[in-house]
Design a protein around this ligand. Structure first.
Ligand SMILES: [Zn+2]
Length: 170
């Protein structure tokens, strides 16, 4: 088990665009385990992306199974993920392990179809909605160097300073 250091806003590396994974080997599997350990070390975390730990590959993990009673797929390890279809719009609150001091309200698609590869390079596709879809869109943004702060419509009305650090991060 290894918990990696998480880059914190305003570290300029968080703006870097990540590149596709081309090698699906033991090193990738080990990195995925470390990335998942790092996500689980953050209280309330429901996702993490490789660039948050200073690795600029298109890799994200999403796991919203800790939230009861919502549609979800368990722990998703997404390599080279792409959103191929979106529908609906919904505003909701987000936090981020890289932005420990704030949460913000962001508009996201209500449901998305995702195409990705698994840790062995096998392609798969799935549909997700609601909170899980929000988490997926948040993590995929990290792969393009975007934070939820970049998507907040009105910083004055939609950003909230946390009273307690890292209560709910994704
Ligand atoms: Zn984040």
């Amino acid at each position: 088990m290894a918990v990696l250091e998480v880059l914190q806003y305003p570290d300029p590396r968080l703006k870097q665009v990540s590149v596709p994974v081309t090698v699906f080997d033991g090193a990738l599997h080990a990195f995925l385990n470390d990335l998942e350990d790092t996500m689980r070390a953050g209280p309330g975390s429901v996702g993490i992306a490789a660039p948050q730990v200073d690795c600029f590959l298109r890799i994200a993990i999403v796991d919203v199974s800790s939230k009861p009673g919502i549609p979800q797929h368990g722990c998703l390890r997404l390599i080279n993920p792409e959103i191929v279809q979106r529908s609906g719009e919904v505003k909701g609150r987000e936090g981020c392990m890289s932005v420990p001091d704030y949460t913000g309200s962001v508009i996201r698609a209500q449901s998305v179809r995702v195409r990705a590869q698994d840790s062995d390079g096998q392609r798969f596709e799935f549909d997700c909605e609601g909170y899980e879809a929000r988490a997926v869109q948040h993590e995929l943004d990290h792969l393009d160097g975007l934070l939820f702060l970049d998507r907040v419509v009105s910083p004055r009305h939609d950003l909230y300073r946390r009273k307690v650090k890292a209560v709910l991060s994704d």
